[in-house]
Design a protein around this ligand. Sequence first.
Ligand code: SAH
Ligand code: SF4
Length: 376
Amino acid sequence: MPNKLTNLLGLSREQMEAFLLTLGEKPFRAIQLLKWIHQFGVTDFDAMTNISKSLREQLKDCAEVRPPLVKERYDASDGCYKWIVEVESGSSIETVYIPEAGRGTLCISSQAGCSLDCSFCATGKQGFNSDLTIAEIIGQLWLANRELDTFGTKTPRKVTNVVMMGMGEPLLNFDNVMAAISLMMEDNCYGLSKRRVTISTSGVVPAIDRLKEYTDASLAISLHAPNDELRSQIVPINRKYPIRELLRSTNAYLESLPDSRVVTIEYILIAGVNDHRQHARELVELLRSVPCKINLIPFNPFKGSDYQRSSNSAISNFQKILRDGGYTVTIRTTRGDDIGAACGQLVGAVEDHTRRSARYRAKGEQSDPVQRLKIQ
Ligand code: SAH
Ligand code: SF4
């Protein structure tokens, strides 16, 4: 039986160098390969013209460049895209592209499903399927570049920012996410700056404690409640790692960075659950010692959830209290999308989405409430 081909898409620079050494090649070839794969989007070794014919033949025998498979693509009327991508475990995951003035944000998944079961999250309700491989994580950025036709072009870049806010908890797939992020930031690959790559976590404290050894990417914390009693109800991992520990660990990460950076505090607003004025006041006090900006996310409804989005007046009252408390506060504004790509709604169940999309098309409406990610 032939050996399994090594998928070069998922190799870090160091791994690529080591791989080439096993073929008797000099490590500098790694940079050439990385550029062909990640800057030019080339998967065919024969097209890699500055690589010797003999090495190309060798590579064909033992390696491949295999992106994950796009099963569906939805184009929203406002320029957003959502791709449903099949991964090796057989599950499907989702990747979302959100263009805004002056930037384009790609929301990448780290796992198929999620084990953490936050009460407001459709991904969590699915349970956990699998960790994505490095190739499947970086492959989402690769695919977006291919689909947006930006390989080999220097400017304008279409994906300027990456947020690990798709399906799954990135810090529970730590090694693969770290390796993929290093490819995103690698100059010979996508060259994204540390401020333009954001890891969002619900609070896996031991992993946040290790983060500084691996990356200096930006951090977003999904807080969603100003006290342990409430947070433990809606974000179950809080029972294991309560708020005080989470904020301690977050501050330690920020302090470890050479530049002055703030953490993004994500706070979903669910009617009657965590959106009272008192919650906002508590939050003002809680975050005093954390250099942060706050991103309020009106809850995105999904089938099977009883929660409702907070009213507009509750949202603006909440924002005002935080602003008066001295914080920078943004709201992820709704964008009248028609493709079901909202945070927390990503389930990667192709059938489900096909049906949903068909339903909205049939009704001729654009009412699937999709939030625009507005991460500032
Ligand atoms: N697991 C990570 C990253 C993926 S979730 C985390 O929890 O941070 C990405 C963001 O979407 C999180 O802030 C999450 O709380 C939010 N989210 C989940 N369900 C949502 C919903 N139904 N409506 C709005 N935002 C939601
Ligand atoms: Fe998992 Fe994040 Fe959803 Fe919670 S909000 S269930 S951590 S994906």
